[in-house]
Write a protein that binds this ligand. Structure first.
Ligand SMILES: [Zn+2]
Length: 452
């Protein structure tokens, strides 16, 4: 094994280089609106390709369309099979109200230990740390037993149809490794006097339900001659608002609550009580426990009515639904049937956007991430808990390929996760997290791929 102490101090000495790399990545505006033509991720790929080539690291750019490339780089080990894949994405979400930003969103301005810009945290920070780890493996002449892959995908923010979704379908051999580390976890939580990291092991599913509510049209001057679909809608909305989803404590996080000084074993019966206690000191964690203990059905959009003087005959209501890993479409259907029972004129259709997914927590990858983090931070007192995230990432494409995939970005414990503001105004990343992330990624590659 290499001398990690020496390499970690080398990484600290290279902080300016890490900042420069990260700022260069943020300054390429790979904005993904979801409507083609968009994304334009290829310039990011070309920058990465040229940057890696400075150290002789080879890469290729593959894309469903030329302007939306995915970059795949490899450091070959003695065995050509890869054991670890560094994952991230190159696209960023649009900037909504630029005038609210303190610094221009693509300026990558450095202020007070942070770099500000769209994509600074999601996901160019992780990409920069992974790239720097690869550079340092090469520069220090560290040979690997098994190969290492880096893949940064396009279109993560709008379904991955040009990114990992496309790669998984068309070039699975390019992204084959037993283990992968991606965004979607690694949040440090200081609780019960210790440091706890959340390891992202899975994701809630996302579905969309389209309700159609039908009535009978009539002239609005004689409304009794029709049936107003809006009144039926109000009944349905009332049912949705008062719906109490079944409580569920089967996700792996609930088996680890003792790390947070939560004494009682959580169950369906007491989980709301536990959440109420937690929310006093740690509202963010309470919100996470709420999300992971139930399915949510949230009305988000409505359309209907055709004329100001017509009783509306048809209304459409869209709902966002988030399911736990074991809740399938049949489960949702039975809940919806219960909610709509007795409300006349209501029908619905279900559309899957992302299937819920999870990797085991008890794996070699988890052990190596924990060891690498302890080493990089010089701390032995770190606790780990697995969590299912409420959003979804490209990990949902790699988990079905039997790649154990965890969300872990290597954030520094002093870097307040609330400041990163991914997808929001003044998105930023702490420079300390770029440095700790680089150390962790490098140590992970060395131990998992067998540095020799
Ligand atoms: Zn992301």
């Amino acid at each position: 094994m290499p001398d990690f102490r020496a390499i970690f101090s080398q990484i600290e000495d290279m902080t300016e280089d890490i900042i420069q790399l990260h700022r260069d990545l943020v300054r390429i505006p790979s904005v993904n609106t979801g409507f083609m033509p968009t994304g334009d991720e290829t310039p990011v790929c070309e920058y990465v390709r040229d940057w890696l080539a400075e150290d002789g690291i080879e890469s290729e750019i593959l894309g469903r369309v030329p302007e939306r490339g995915n970059i795949i780089a490899r450091i070959e080990g003695r065995n050509s099979a890869a054991r670890l894949m560094f994952m991230s994405h190159t696209d960023v979400v649009p900037v909504e109200e630029e005038e609210k930003w303190t610094y221009p969103p693509f300026s990558a301005t450095v202020h007070d230990g942070r770099i500000y810009g769209r994509g600074a945290s999601d996901c160019k920070g992780l990409l920069a740390a992974q790239l720097m780890a690869m550079r340092l493996l090469k520069r220090n002449g560290i040979g690997l037993r098994d190969s290492l892959i880096l893949c940064s995908g396009a279109d993560e923010e709008h379904g991955g149809r040009y990114g990992f979704g496309w790669l998984a379908e068309n070039h699975p051999e390019k992204i084959t490794a037993p283990f992968a580390v991606n965004e979607g976890g690694g949040t440090p939580i200081e609780a019960a006097g210790g440091l706890t990291y959340i390891l992202g092991v899975g994701e809630k599913g996302r579905l969309q339900v389209e309700f159609e509510i039908r009535g009978v049209s009539a002239h609005a001057s004689v409304p009794w001659q029709g049936t107003n679909a809006l009144y039926r809608l109000s009944q349905l909305l009332g049912r949705l608002q008062s719906y109490e989803p079944e409580r569920d404590t089967s996700t792996s996080l609930f088996a680890h609550l003792s790390n947070f000084a939560i004494e009682h074993a959580p169950s369906r019966g007491n989980v709301d009580e536990i959440i109420a206690e937690v929310s006093e000191d740690n509202p963010r964690f309470a919100s996470m426990l709420t999300a992971l203990s139930r399915m949510t059905i949230t009305p988000t959009m409505i359309s209907g009515g055709i004329k100001s003087n017509s009783v509306p005959e048809q209304i459409r209501l869209t709902c966002d639904v988030r399911t736990l890993p074991h809740q399938d479409e049949g489960y949702l259907r039975s809940e919806l049937n219960m909610i709509t029972a007795g409300v006349p004129g209501v029908s619905y259709e279900i559309d899957y956007m992302a299937v819920p997914n999870a990797s085991d927590f008890d794996t070699e990858l988890a052990e190596h991430i924990q060891a690498a983090t302890a080493m990089a931070l010089g701390r032995e007192d770190i606790q780990w808990v697995p969590a299912i995230s409420t959003g979804f990432t490209d990990s949902r494409f790699t988990r079905p390929l039997d790649i154990i995939t965890y969300g872990f970005s290597g954030s520094h414990p002093d870097d307040d996760p609330m400041l990163s503001n991914a997808h929001g105004t003044d998105e930023s990343v702490g420079i300390a997290s770029l440095v700790s992330g680089t150390k962790i990624m490098l140590a992970l590659a060395c131990t998992l791929c067998g540095a020799e």
